[in-house]
Ligand binder design. Structure first.
Ligand code: NAD
Length: 313
């Protein structure tokens, strides 16, 4: 049984981590969050120590070394811009980290952490649950075995977020990396995992609620469209808040379901030494970092996603 500490335990995603830790037969011994609305701990970790100050949390990690409560893994569920320093915090105390997506915001931070992994012998794995989604794993195998050299792809990702999103840290580019980093990283990671590294990256539209562009990957040309505006949900998506679709050479591959229950599977893989780490996620982090810097070029008939063309023209 491994001991875990959870950072950002009071937030939206933390319960999935608490559940995954318990479901995989492990236990939470400590948790940190400046916000103390953490009554949920009683359900998953009634004996855990809780801290609101990182100094006290770190002192606890240090004091527990060599005892039965020594922390082996730190799960990181804090806002994106804090991931790098929280991963370093875990490494300082000899613990591995399991960090929410995006692992960090820049390739430079990835390189620094790679150096620290070498120095400390600790490792960080990330949560990119699409990589353990059955349908997507099957698709990866199918593409790997296909003779076709280059596929034509239309990727649509609509996931509704209300006004709160733009007023929270998620709406601040400095903290979240912006829409394409915070939400898009899931699909940029998925498509580079399946279709190879990027060779061209163009942004057509970039607003607070919509982003769209064109990517060339080793084995695919991708017209992509991402929005948090629910008015884009297709009529057939009645009652749903999310629509995810990948059109490959004209054939629809929908993966709107089975996305949110995968943290247990990711934890089981990490604990079996099969987690995805810094090297694996570099192509997606490079793409979203570049998109953050790129000026939108405007839409065009040839390479723009049809939804972007329709709403802009
Ligand atoms: N894998 C997924 O599908 C998925 C879904 C949602 C969010 N996420 C990721 O999970 C992370 C958390 O997102 P969320 O939606 O839970 O956000 P959230 O705002 O609901 O929760 C973040 C928590 O971190 C806490 N926090 C802030 N500063 C802190 C600090 N210095 N030290 C410790 N805790 C601190 C906040 O008080 C809050 O409780 C983000 O990286 C996000 O990108 C992943």
């Amino acid at each position: 049984m491994k001991n875990f500490a959870v950072i950002g335990v009071g937030g939206y995603i933390a319960p999935r981590h608490l559940e995954a830790i318990v479901k995989t037969g492990n236990r939470v011994v400590a948790a940190l969050d400046p916000n103390d609305s953490v009554g949920l701990l009683d359900r998953y970790a009634p004996d855990a120590k809780f801290f609101t100050a990182s100094e006290d949390f770190e002192a606890y990690l240090q004091d527990m070394k060599g005892t039965e409560n020594e922390v082996h893994y730190v799960s990181i569920c804090s806002p994106n811009h804090l991931h790098a320093s929280h991963i370093k915090m875990a490494f300082r105390h000899g613990a591995d980290a399991i960090c929410e997506k995006p692992i960090v915001l820049t390739v430079e931070e990835i390189e620094e952490l790679k150096g620290l992994e070498k120095q400390t012998g600790c490792k960080v794995s990330t949560i990119l649950q699409l990589r353990v989604h059955d349908a997507i794993r099957n698709l990866k195998t199918q593409i790997k075995n296909s003779d076709k050299k280059k596929h034509e792809i239309e990727l649509t990702y609509i996931t509704s977020r209300g006004d709160w999103y733009h007023r929270s840290w998620k709406g601040e580019t400095r903290k979240s990396g912006g829409l394409t980093t915070n939400i898009g990283v899931h699909f940029f990671d998925m498509i580079t995992w399946i279709f190879g590294n990027p060779t061209k990256n163009v942004v057509h539209v970039k607003t607070d609620t919509i982003a769209s562009g064109y990517l060339e990957l080793e084995r695919a040309n991708v017209k992509w469209f991402l929005t948090v505006d629910r008015s884009f949900l297709p009529e057939g998506a009645a009652g749903k808040t999310t629509f995810r679709s990948l059109k490959i050479d004209g054939n629809e591959f929908e993966f709107s379901d089975g996305f949110t229950e995968l943290h247990n599977t990711v934890y089981a893989s990490v604990l079996n030494g099969m987690g995805y780490g810094l090297e694996d996620v570099t192509p997606a982090i490079k793409i979203v970092e570049d998109i953050r810097e790129l000026e939108p070029a405007g839409v065009n008939e040839e390479t723009s996603h049809p939804t972007a063309l329709n709403c802009i023209l």
